[in-house]
Design a protein around this ligand. Structure first.
Ligand code: SF4
Length: 806
């Protein structure tokens, strides 16, 4: 079954057609295709201008959120700084207001110097360097024409990129495998350079010119698996694309590289004369193999995407040879790189010439995953987020178990905070430290006798909020909170020890249970459990609160909604609930509480029906909704970094809006908890970054938070446009077109920031993999136009502010 053409998103722009090295494995000069001989050396202006305009035209027509352009060669630095500046300027000019631009250059590094790097910093050009390993490995192929080694030049280039000033431009190392090299020595030599990523590439070969196999067997798989084991042994210090891709596809995800998997190719090459070619790797097959007969002057990229050769690389499973279609690892392998399938006579309808190696590599990775030791039961120590859970969360969702991992880790954090509060209180005078010491003693006893009761109070979102404020020395938060936690946990455990608790604002706080109004301010009350409820003794008076007493003038219990599959507290009593950016609502009258109950029940039902991928995580981790006050006519909501499990919302009039606010804010809750466990970005990066939905630039973490939250927003509108009726459906269509674009664009800004850690890049790739297919979903042209206009307005406003220096 033939597929439709896919919009092109990856553009390889040849800026120079010659090279200053004479690598004998180069597919441009050393393989079958000789088309380079007749092309201009440096790309002329008219090709740059036309290419940039064509890319913009194509991206605009398809509502593409981001395009990736790689400046390539030959050796692209031979084009010189002026030519490269022109290329970057033209691309930015044409794509400004159309879509995000991820601009890269792949170079051998020989000529790289500060002039180039300052230029790349100006235009955000990321640099990938080709390096085949240690000196012996690199010198095997990567030499000058006169035989000199290029190795010292490449190390110097990498050294420049590792300087703090340029580090954000370093995209990674590309290493072509030669099985005669020692895999450990090659890998260690690359690892020593602390790259943000490594790509191991199989040397180009076909059935006509098979790769060297000294000793026979599957040497390429053996070599890569040796590297894999070494990389694992080192703790996977940076992403390695081939391994990450196979692991990901084995788990059902999409491939990360054109050389593996079933994803359609969306890549085209523009030569220095403006002719359009298919993937460069095809040069290895036969003379003229990549040619399309098209060029940027006479043809659009739409026409290029319909070229039979391009279409052939978009057919997925249907485009593979029968052996591949029946192969058990085809979803991870995809028949390997298209060019490697070539055989005279049958063309590309063959398995890869690396078939045996690919099979061995993929099954080797699969077996290692299966044999990975079952994680031991949680031990005291820094909490760790399992990789599978990280990947689930990175995709924007996260099932119940992944969110429970976050919740367990939060419990550990809260316990540490409580211990720090206790430690701090021990330094106080004896009379002031005594209540905390008594509370700590009770907490310790509860931890051993009634851990569930204690955990229920420690898991309360505002226990952490109090502890953090206490440690910061904030007014109104002191070590008395230990007694409040102990009293609430003791009551939950059915114990009757009296606990001395502070009176704050005329009330006794019992986190997770509610508050008792006792009047006055300051001083202490004594809370004691009993068989039917509890008592609060203060100033000679004793208040009795029955277990089943309804809310009254003195007793403000926390109300709970129990919907099928979800129980949530409506928190309007805890004084530490005020960290949600907007003012909190006071104690809700019964009628308002009922309206909340009805709204939450309806919103939960909608989430289960229309957003089922979010429901399990929400059910496992969203314990508390805190009502906020909103300016008239505004929908407001917020999460709070120090309050895992809570979202603050001003009750909107519609259940669908409430559902949207719940899933949106819970994204912030999840990501905040991930950031407690994993370094996703460089905290030293204080730059502000473009956020497609805001006129003011954002710090990196703010951009990350916004992007993650907007995955849920885009998904909400994506579904809603089919389930809403009439004008609401049309409105949802516009929202979807806008938010998918903003979110995809923001993912690229993050990925291109240069400040994500390897784990952060993995997280961004997870987000990208979720959002990218949404960009393919058909949307009404007027909605796409509306989204484009909105994006353009945002970018213009942002640029105006940037120009004004605000
Ligand atoms: S391992 Fe071989 S048969 Fe299987 S998909 Fe890959 S190339 Fe085809």
């Amino acid at each position: 079954m033939d597929r439709s053409p896919v919009p092109l998103r990856q553009f390889v722009l040849k800026v120079h057609s010659r090279c200053d090295l004479a690598c004998d494995h180069c597919y441009v000069y050393e393989h079958a295709d000789t088309s380079w001989r007749g092309r201009p050396r440096a790309v002329p202006d008219e090709v740059l201008v036309r290419t940039a305009d064509r890319i913009a035209e194509h991206a605009a027509a398809h509502g593409t959120a981001a395009v990736h352009v790689v400046l390539h060669g030959g050796e692209p630095l031979l084009a010189g700084p002026a030519r490269l500046r022109r290329a970057a300027e033209e691309l930015h000019r044409a794509l400004d207001g159309v879509c995000a631009l991820d601009l890269r250059i792949h170079t051998n590094g020989v000529l790289l110097d500060e002039r180039f790097l300052d230029l790349f910093a100006e235009f955000g050009v990321k640099v990938g360097i080709s390096l085949d390993g240690d000196r012996a490995a690199n010198d095997r192929h990567r030499r000058f024409a006169d035989g000199r080694s290029s190795h010292p030049h490449v190390l110097r280039a990498v050294g420049l990129l590792r300087r703090p000033r340029y580090r954000h431009l370093f995209a990674g190392l590309l290493c072509t495998v030669d099985v005669r090299n020692d895999p450990a020595a090659v890998h260690d030599a690359l690892a020593e350079l602390d790259p943000p990523r490594v790509d191991y590439l199989l040397p180009h070969a076909t059935w006509e010119q098979p790769p060297p196999r000294p000793g026979g067997g599957t040497p390429y798989a053996d070599w890569l698996l040796a590297v894999l084991d070494r990389w694992h042994g080192q703790g996977r210090p940076f992403p390695v694309r081939v391994f990450d891709s196979v692991e990901r596809t084995l788990r059902g995800g999409s491939s990360l590289t054109e050389s593996l998997g079933l994803e359609p190719s969306d890549l085209v090459v523009v030569e220095t004369d403006g002719t359009l070619e298919q993937a460069d790797s095809l040069k290895t097959a036969f003379d003229g193999a990549p040619a399309t007969g098209l060029d940027v002057f006479s043809h659009t990229f739409d026409e290029a995407s319909r070229h039979p050769g391009m279409l052939a690389r978009t057919q997925g499973l249907d485009g593979l040879a029968a052996e591949c279609r029946a192969c058990p690892v085809v979803r991870s392998c995809g028949g390997g790189l298209y060019a490697h399938r070539y055989r005279a006579g049958s063309g590309f309808a063959n398995p890869s010439v690396y078939c045996g190696d690919l099979m061995q590599l993929i099954t080797g990775i699969r077996d290692r995953l299966a044999a990975a030791p079952v994680p031991p039961p949680p031990q005291p120590g820094p909490p760790v987020l399992p990789e599978a859970h990280l990947d689930e969360l990175a995709a924007g969702f996260g099932g119940a178990e992944a969110v429970r991992s976050l919740a367990r880790a939060q419990l550990g954090i809260v316990r540490e905070l409580l211990a720090a509060v206790r430690q701090r209180s021990a330094d106080l005078s004896a009379d002031r430290s005594a209540p905390a010491a008594a509370a700590w003693e009770l907490l310790t006893a509860l931890d051993s006798d009634a851990p569930d009761a204690l955990d229920a109070v420690l898991a309360h979102p505002y226990t952490r909020a109090w502890a953090v404020r206490c440690l910061e020395g904030a007014a109104g938060a002191d070590a008395g909170g230990l007694a409040e936690v102990a009293a609430a946990a003791a009551l939950r455990a059915g114990r009757d020890e009296p606990v001395r608790v502070p009176v704050r604002g005329g009330a006794v706080r019992l986190p997770t249970l509610g508050r008792v109004l006792v009047g006055g301010d300051g001083g202490e009350a004594v809370v004691s459990g009993g068989p039917d409820g509890f008592t609060v003794a203060v100033g000679g008076a004793v208040l009795r609160i029955g277990r089943d007493d309804p809310p009254g003038d003195r007793w403000h219990p926390v109300r709970r909604l129990a919907a099928p599959g979800w129980t949530v507290a409506l928190e309007d009593t805890d004084p530490y609930r005020d960290g949600h950016q907007w003012p909190v609502a006071g104690r809700l009258p019964d009628g308002e509480a009922e309206a909340w109950r009805a709204g939450l029940a309806e919103a939960w039902e909608l989430i289960g029906r229309e957003l089922p991928r979010y429901a399990p995580g929400l059910s496992a981790g969203l314990s508390t909704v805190t009502p906020l006050e909103a300016p008239a006519g505004q929908d407001v909501s917020a999460a709070a970094r120090q309050a895992f499990g809570a979202v603050g919302i001003a009750r909107p009039g519609r259940a669908d809006v409430l559902a949207l606010l719940l899933v949106h804010e819970f994204q912030h809750v999840k990501l905040g908890a991930v950031l407690d466990l994993a370094d996703l970005h460089d905290p030293e990066d204080t730059r502000l970054h473009y956020a497609p939905w805001r006129e003011d630039p954002r710090p990196l973490e703010g951009l990350l938070q916004g992007t993650y939250a907007h995955i849920a927003v885009a998904d909400f509108w994506r579904v809603r446009r089919h389930t809403a009726r009439g004008a609401a459906a049309a409105e949802a269509e516009v929202h979807f077109a806008r938010w998918r674009r903003h979110t995809a664009e923001a993912v690229e800004v993050l990925a291109g920031s240069g400040s994500l850690t390897p784990l952060g890049m993995r997280f961004a790739e997870g987000m990208r993999a979720t959002v990218a297919p949404w960009l393919e979903e058909p949307v009404a042209p007027e909605a796409v136009r509306g989204a484009r206009l909105a994006a353009q307005r945002h970018r213009e406003a942002w640029q105006a502010r940037a120009a004004a220096g605000s």
